[in-house]
Design a protein around this ligand. Structure first.
Ligand code: FES
Ligand SMILES: [Fe+2]
Length: 359
C-alpha cells in the first residue's frame, strides 16, 4: 500500500480541505464513531440540530464516546444533553467545543486542561463534511454546494457507499487527467479533452461518443479541494450531476461515496422521472465501478510512465501538493500549473468545447 511519503506530496500525511465524512441520515439513531485522517472521532447531532464532531476518546479512561449502544444512558436516550455529550462509562460531559464541563460525582470545577478537539463541520447535500487542516486553521475556501440539490426539478439520488479502498487518493486524483482510459475502461473515448487549474479547483472537460449507451456524452468535472468531485454531464437529452467524494481514513486508505442528481423534464417530477433518475444513477455507478475494480487490484503508480499525450498527470500531481504543504506555500503550487492544458490529439475544440465552456 503506497503512502503519502511515497508520492513525495509534501510535509503532511493528510491533505487540508473539505471532506465528506458521513451521510446525514446516519445520525438519526444517535452518535456514530467515524475514523478519518488516522483519528477516531465521535459525530452526533445536538438537540439544537447542530452537528458536532469531537475526538472519540474520553480523557478520563479512554472510552469511545460513540461506540456504546447498551450503556444505560445511551439506551435511555440520555447521552445527548443540549449540544453536549456524556461519556457512556462514567457520564463525564463534553460541550460542543469539546470542553469537559460536568463530572456527575465531583463538585468542584472540571480540570481545565481536560478537553477534546472539536472539528469544523457542515451539513449540505444530504451529507456531513468536515474541514481537515494539519495546521489547525479555519477553512480557506468554501464547501462546494449545488443549488440544484434543493430544486424540485432535480431528482436527488442517495449516496452509494463504496466502502474503503486501499489506494492512496493521489491515484483517484490522477483520473482527472486520464483521457486515455475513457475508451478502454468506459467504452466512451473522448474526441476532446482539457484540464484547467485555478487555485483550489481542478477542471476536466471532455466529450465523446458512448458505445454502450449509443449517445453523445459531454462532461464538465471539477474538484474543489482534494476530496470533492462534482461532474456535470449531458448524455443525449439527459442532464445530470455526479458526485464522487473521497476521504482519507488512514495513510493510503480512503473511503468513497458516489451520488447523482438528474434533471426531470417537469418542475414536479413524476414517479417515472424518479425511476429514470435512479436508472441514471445506476448507470453512473456502473461506470465508476469500472474504475473502482481496477483500483482495487492495481499496484501503486508512484511513477507514471507518461507518454507525451499524458503530461497533465504531472500537472495534476503538482496541483494536489498544495494540500499537503503549509497553506503559505499553496500559491506556489497553484502558479506552477495555472491555466488550461490541452492534450495532444484531443485539442480540436469546435462546437463541443464551446458547449463545455458555457459550464
Ligand atoms: S471513561 Fe469516560 S467518563 Fe470515565
Ligand atoms: Fe474513469
Amino acid at each position: 500500500m503506497a503512502k503519502a511519503a511515497d508520492f513525495k506530496l509534501g510535509e503532511f500525511v493528510f491533505p487540508r480541505g473539505w471532506f465528506m465524512i458521513t451521510e446525514a441520515n446516519e445520525l438519526e439513531n444517535g452518535p456514530v464513531g467515524v475514523r478519518f485522517f488516522g483519528k477516531d472521532m465521535a459525530l452526533y447531532r445536538g438537540s439544537s440540530g447542530r452537528v458536532i464532531l469531537l475526538d472519540a476518546y474520553c480523557v478520563h479512561m479512554g472510552t469511545h464516546l460513540a461506540k456504546s449502544t447498551s450503556a444505560s444512558i445511551v439506551a435511555n436516550n440520555e447521552q445527548i444533553e443540549g449540544d453536549a455529550i456524556r461519556c457512556p462509562y462514567h457520564g463525564w460531559r463534553y460541550n460542543a467545543d469539546g470542553k469537559l464541563d460536568d463530572i456527575p460525582y465531583h463538585d468542584g470545577p472540571c480540570p481545565k486542561s481536560a478537553r477534546l478537539n472539536s472539528y469544523t463541520v457542515k451539513e449540505a447535500m444530504g451529507a456531513i463534511f468536515m474541514w481537515h487542516d494539519p495546521e489547525g486553521g479555519e477553512p480557506d475556501y468554501d464547501l462546494p454546494t449545488l443549488a440544484e440539490w434543493k430544486d424540485s426539478q432535480w431528482v436527488n439520488g442517495s449516496y452509494d457507499h463504496l466502502g474503503e479502498l486501499e489506494m492512496h487518493p493521489q491515484e483517484v486524483i490522477d483520473n482527472m487527467a486520464d483521457a486515455h482510459h475513457l475508451g478502454p475502461t468506459h467504452g466512451a473515448p473522448c474526441e476532446y479533452f482539457e484540464n484547467e487549474f485555478l487555485g483550489v479547483k481542478y477542471y476536466q472537460r471532455q466529450g465523446g461518443f458512448h458505445r454502450m449507451y449509443d449517445a453523445y456524452l459531454v462532461t464538465s468535472t471539477w474538484y474543489t479541494g482534494p476530496g470533492l468531485l462534482i461532474s456535470k454531464q449531458r448524455f443525449g437529452e439527459m442532464n445530470g450531476y455526479e458526485f464522487i467524494f473521497h476521504t482519507p481514513v488512514d495513510d493510503g486508505v480512503i473511503k468513497i461515496w458516489h451520488n447523482n442528481l438528474s434533471m426531470a423534464p417537469n418542475a414536479e417530477p413524476s414517479a417515472e422521472d424518479v425511476a429514470n433518475g435512479k436508472m441514471a444513477q445506476e448507470g453512473a455507478l456502473a461506470a465508476f465501478a469500472q474504475d473502482f475494480q481496477i483500483w482495487r487490484n492495481k499496484r501503486p503508480a508512484i511513477r507514471i510512465m507518461a507518454m507525451p499525450g499524458e503530461r497533465n498527470f504531472r500537472r495534476g500531481r503538482n496541483w494536489y501538493k498544495q494540500f499537503y504543504n503549509p497553506r503559505a506555500m499553496a500559491q506556489e503550487f497553484q502558479e506552477m500549473v495555472k491555466g488550461k492544458h490541452h492534450l495532444k490529439g484531443l485539442d480540436k475544440p469546435g462546437e463541443l468545447a464551446r458547449t463545455l465552456e458555457a459550464d
